[in-house]
Write a protein that binds this ligand. Structure first.
Ligand SMILES: [Zn+2]
Length: 283
């Protein structure tokens, strides 16, 4: 399953190789992934179709800056976190998103929800497994900062659209972009939630993050934790990674609803009326 680990001082060399491997990504998705990889400390590359291989890539240039001469450090936590992703990536395939676009069916939107839920759970699970590795207090502090940033950005803007119908397959790219932008704070909160559950800490996101506690999303973090724990305890992700993500979908839909309300409130009145009925929320 895991083919290798690359620790590189030249991340750009890895980034430029991504187009040369048969990874079944669309060109746009490939560009997005490369942009993200340039900012990541590490990642799991999934290469191949039905039975893909995993390669862990670690940015040594960045990780070196986190090393301490003695005692636990954040680099250790990140390395264990990336290795933990390999454990949970066994049912991920690069074909899934492609299939969604190549064979659009009426049920595409629900499959898109499940695909978009998977990274949220994936980060929770990797953080839960790596919670005690390295500088766990530093990791917690880092996650608190990430949540504060994403809460401050909420509702982050998505590309403007005049789309009225969201139930047609042609809406898929806009829909996916919109949900990804809206639910970014859930992804960040999943890191902290996994870390807290891995350490056996009862208090949740709103206890450790004042911006989260005082935000319009405050009521979403406990349902998020319940959904993530349900998936963890269910164990179905070992057999079917996607349908096991069902508990997360309703939490994401609620966050999208709040994102749309907040976005509308910040728009000039003339644009509000033009957008009436244009919600991306799944039926
Ligand atoms: Zn991760």
């Amino acid at each position: 399953m895991m083919k290798g680990v690359t620790v590189t001082f030249d991340l750009e060399a890895i980034v430029t190789q991504i187009d040369r491997v048969p990874n079944h990504r669309s060109p746009a998705a490939s560009e997005r992934f490369k942009r993200w990889l340039r900012t990541a400390a590490g990642c799991v590359l999934t290469i191949g179709g039905d039975r893909p291989d995993r390669y862990v890539v670690l940015d040594a240039t960045f990780l070196m800056t986190l090393l301490r001469p003695s005692g636990p450090d954040l680099a250790h936590n990140i390395v264990v976190h990336e290795l933990a992703h390999v454990v949970f990536a066994r049912y991920r395939s690069n074909r899934e998103w492609r299939d969604l676009f190549d064979t659009p069916r009426l049920a595409w939107q629900h499959r898109a929800w499940l695909n978009l839920a998977y990274p949220i759970w994936d980060e929770y699970a990797a953080c839960r497994l790596s919670a005690w590795a390295g500088d766990y207090a530093g990791a917690l502090f880092n996650f608190q900062n990430c949540i504060a940033r994403d809460i401050a950005d909420f509702p982050a803007p998505s590309r403007r659209t005049r789309r009225i119908r969201w139930d047609v397959p042609a809406a898929a790219p806009d829909f996916i972009r919109r949900v990804s932008v809206a639910t970014k704070p859930l992804l960040t909160a999943a890191y902290l939630t996994g870390h807290l559950d891995g350490m056996g800490i009862a208090e949740g996101v709103t206890h450790f993050s004042t911006p989260a506690r005082t935000s319009v999303l405050a009521g979403c973090f406990e349902p998020l934790r319940i959904a993530l724990r349900t998936i963890w305890e269910d164990g179905r992700h070992w057999r079917d990674g996607k349908s096991a993500m069902e508990p997360l979908v309703s939490v994401m839909q609620e966050v999208l609803r709040i994102w749309e309300d907040e976005t509308e409130q910040r728009q000039p009145r003339s644009k509000q009326s033009r957008k009436a009925g244009g919600r991306a929320t799944a039926p």
